[in-house]
Design a protein around this ligand. Structure first.
Ligand SMILES: CC(C)(COP(=O)(O)OP(=O)(O)OC[C@H]1O[C@@H](n2cnc3c(N)ncnc32)[C@H](O)[C@@H]1OP(=O)(O)O)[C@@H](O)C(=O)NCCC(=O)NCCS
Length: 148
């Protein structure tokens, strides 16, 4: 069973281990700052007491939620962990009054783009050379409707 809950400080090492496996591009201490600044929109997914994924987002401006990072440990993919994290963070943003959610993915990350599209996101633009290695980012957006 997948449990989605708010990040707590003892989860830090799990989150950092997943981040290192998956991205290895964010400063680990950013995640503690995330917890201190945006505790409502920093979630983890737990299976049998193991943290297997996380989603970190924040309300970027009134009405606009931004997903900063969402990742699932490679050994736990394709079991709806990512989908459960995404659905929960979308719900939280809705409750916070957001009318849209934005995020970026590497343009080569076809799996993540397909994942977000399946959850209703559309491509809204390209940010050229967005990443440190000069890869473009694909900008994606979900328009939220309060009645669904
Ligand atoms: C993108 C990512 C978060 C998806 O996580 P996940 O836990 O595998 O997501 P889900 O299980 O909800 O969905 C993944 C796929 O499994 C399929 N799936 C899920 N449960 C399934 C089931 N019970 N039976 C069959 N297929 C299933 C889904 O249809 C989906 O298919 P898709 O490849 O066409 O999208 C994960 O691949 C990841 O961490 N990638 C690296 C980090 C990243 O790119 N993050 C996004 C940028 S911030």
């Amino acid at each position: 069973m997948i449990i989605i809950r708010k990040f707590q400080p003892p989860d830090f090492q799990w989150v950092i281990d997943i981040e290192r496996k998956v991205f290895d591009e964010h400063d680990p201490y950013l995640y503690m700052q995330f917890y201190e600044t945006y505790p409502e929109t920093f979630l983890v997914a737990e299976i049998n007491g193991i943290v297997v994924g996380y989603a970190a987002g924040f309300l970027a401006s009134a009405g606009t939620g931004r997903i900063f990072s969402l990742a699932v440990h490679p050994a736990y993919r394709n079991r709806r962990v990512g989908g459960s994290l995404l659905k929960e963070i979308i719900n939280i943003f809705l409750k916070m009054g957001a009318f849209e959610i934005i995020l970026e993915v590497r343009s080569s990350n076809i799996k993540a783009k397909r994942f977000y599209e399946r959850h209703g996101f559309c491509q809204s633009g390209i940010a050229e050379k967005y990443y440190l290695d000069a890869e473009d980012a694909c900008l994606m957006k979900l328009e939220l409707h309060r009645n669904n």
